[in-house]
Every structure is written in C-alpha cells, then in structure tokens.
Design a protein around this ligand. Structure first.
Ligand code: ADP
Ligand code: BMX
Ligand code: ZN
Length: 289
C-alpha cells in the first residue's frame, strides 16, 4: 500500500509517496497559488501530483481550512488568496481515480505527532505557526475534529480585543498577531512588505523592529499555550510550522510561558516530523491508525 499524501498550506503545497511503514519515498513542493478561483488550485495540485500518482494506491490530504464532508471551507480566506470553498476530495478523486480522504492540516499533524510520542501521553495539543496559526487536539488518545471540522482552530481564539482584524472576521485573533502573515502585516518602515522569513533573518542580523515583531508573536503564542493548558489539561504541546520551527522561536515561547502562573505551565516540544507532520498524519489516518 502506497499513499499519495498531500499537504495544502497557505504558502506551500507538498506531496509525497508514503509506504505502509510510514517511510517517505518521494517528496515534491510547489507554491500555493493565491487565487479566488478553484481552477488555479486544481491546476497546481495536478502539476504537483502528476509525477507521483501512478505509484499510489490511495490519496490522503492534510489541508488548511475547515474540512467538512470532503470540502475545504476557508475560515480565513485571505490565507488562500480569497478562496472560500474547494471540493478537495472530489477533485483528487477525479484526478487520480483513487480512494481519497481529507482532514485539516493541523489535525493531521497532531495525529502524527501524537504517534511520535509513542503512547507516553494521552492528552496532547499540536500548534502550527505558519501562514496562519492552526491547532489539533488529541484528548484521551482521540483526535478531535468536531461535528463540523472546526475543533482545534486555536488560531481564532482571542489574543487582544484591541488587536488587528483577522481574516476570519473576528478582531484580535491569535492568528492575526502571531502567524507568519500577522508578523509581516505589522512590519513598518524598512521592513514593510517583507515576509516572516525575511523578518526572522533580519532579527538574526540585529534589527530591533524585526526582533520586536518576533517577540510579539512568541508572547501571543505563549498566552495561547496557557489557555490551551487551562482548557485541555494536556501533558505536552508540540509546535510546528515554519515560524514555529524557526531557530530560537520555541525558546522564546518557553520564556514567555514561564511568566504565566505555574498552573498553566506545560512541556513544549518541536515537531518530531518537522515539516512533514501533516503529510504523515494524513497517511496514518488513511491507514486507519
Ligand atoms: P504553510 O503555511 O503553507 O504550511 P509554512 O509552514 O512554511 O507553510 O509557513 C509559511 C510561513 O512561514 C510564511 O509566513 C513564511 O514567511 C514563514 N517562513 C518560511 N520559512 C521560514 C523560516 N526559515 N523562518 C521563519 N519563517 C519562515
Ligand atoms: C487558518 C485556517 C486553519 C489552518 C491554519 C493553519 C484557513 C484557510 N485556514 O487558521 O484551518 O489549520 O490557518 O494553516 O482558514 P497553514 O496554511 O498556516 O498551515
Ligand atoms: Zn480569526
């Protein structure tokens, strides 16, 4: 059994062939098209999977957005160039004629990271700090998806009632401040127009504004972690995404979490599967594990 796993993020698309002992054989990446129309995403997905699909027996998708009845419904459409709705499972079935499942990207990554912990913890939460801020909750060994797919959308909890408007329509969501897009949106002057990756490298060169923006993100994320501890009493929080995995970021979140009262402290860990957690989680769900 070989799974064609696909990870659809706000910035990049990834696909890989994964065998039944969870080994990645081939992996490809393309940028996510920023377009309101589903056609652009369909074309990009086709270009991504065409060299791989012939070797696969099924498709497993981890995607940004609420995944409901096989379709992607954007909670924050700005992360996808304004795209509101995309028939994920139907599109991939049409392209490959293979059995296909789809799940939210952070929920999928949570499942992979839960497995990587080897049964040591029954309650864990995964948070991705990437284009947006996503989350997946495993409670008593069970992945929570919710009745409509919304469970774990931790990036859309309140960080600051006077904060920026989030693409989901709320004011002051964690995502609007802490995510890659949130970091970039707050940049001014010499950093205006830079993406989060550039802002991290400027911070490394000693730029004070860049460093302030990263601290603001990490402080906001630490408060989210404290809220998550209070809500779930999880034993561990695993952090992923390109911002979450950036050098020094997790240490900053730990620094700010240490300033919260002891009851809200929880062990933090960088994602074991790094940038492949979503791909591997979707493959695991397809295996029924
Ligand atoms: P996706 O959201 O598509 O899953 P990523 O996890 O790569 O993709 O997150 C994309 C965000 O991470 C963008 O805001 C980008 O600027 C930022 N980013 C990418 N690489 C790095 C890096 N090395 N350090 C810090 N931020 C990064
Ligand atoms: C947004 C939301 C979540 C997603 C999270 C991380 C959309 C399109 N996405 O909060 O479903 O899990 O971003 O997504 O509404 P990523 O693209 O940053 O990986
Ligand atoms: Zn929001």
């Amino acid at each position: 059994m070989t799974t064609l796993a696909i990870d659809i993020g706000g910035t990049k698309l990834a696909a890989a062939l994964i065998d039944s002992n969870l080994q990645i054989r081939e992996r490809r990446e393309l940028p996510t098209p920023a377009s309101k129309t589903p056609d652009a995403l369909r074309a990009a997905l086709y270009a991504l999977i065409a060299p791989l699909q012939g070797q696969a027996t099924r498709v497993a998708i981890a995607s940004t957005g609420i995944i409901r009845e096989g379709s992607l419904l954007a909670l924050n459409p700005y992360n996808l160039g304004g795209l509101l709705h995309f028939p994920l499972v139907q599109t991939l079935k049409d392209l490959t004629a293979l059995p296909t499942l789809a799940v939210n990207d952070a929920q999928a990554a949570a499942w992979a990271e839960y497995h990587a912990l080897g049964g040591e913890y029954r309650d864990m939460v995964f948070i991705t700090v990437s284009t947006g801020v996503g989350g997946g909750v495993v409670s008593e060994g069970k992945l929570l998806t919710g009745s409509g797919g919304l469970a774990g959308h931790l990036g859309h909890t309140l960080a600051d009632p006077h904060g920026p408007v989030c693409g989901c329509g709320r004011v002051g969501c964690v995502e609007a401040i802490a995510s890659g897009r949130g970091i970039a949106a707050a940049a001014e002057g010499a950093l205006a127009g830079c993406d989060a990756k550039t802002i991290f490298s400027r911070a490394g060169q000693g730029d004070e504004q860049a460093s302030r923006l990263i601290h603001r993100s990490a402080r906001t994320l630490a408060r989210l972690v404290a809220d998550v501890k209070a809500t779930t009493d999880c034993q561990i929080v695993v952090i992923g995404g390109s911002v979450g995995l950036a050098e020094g970021y997790l240490a900053l979140v730990e620094h700010y979490l240490a300033q919260e009262p002891l009851a809200y402290h929880v062990e933090l860990l960088a994602a074991h599967y790094r940038h492949d957690a979503g791909l591997l989680g979707a493959a695991l769900l397809a295996l029924g594990d």
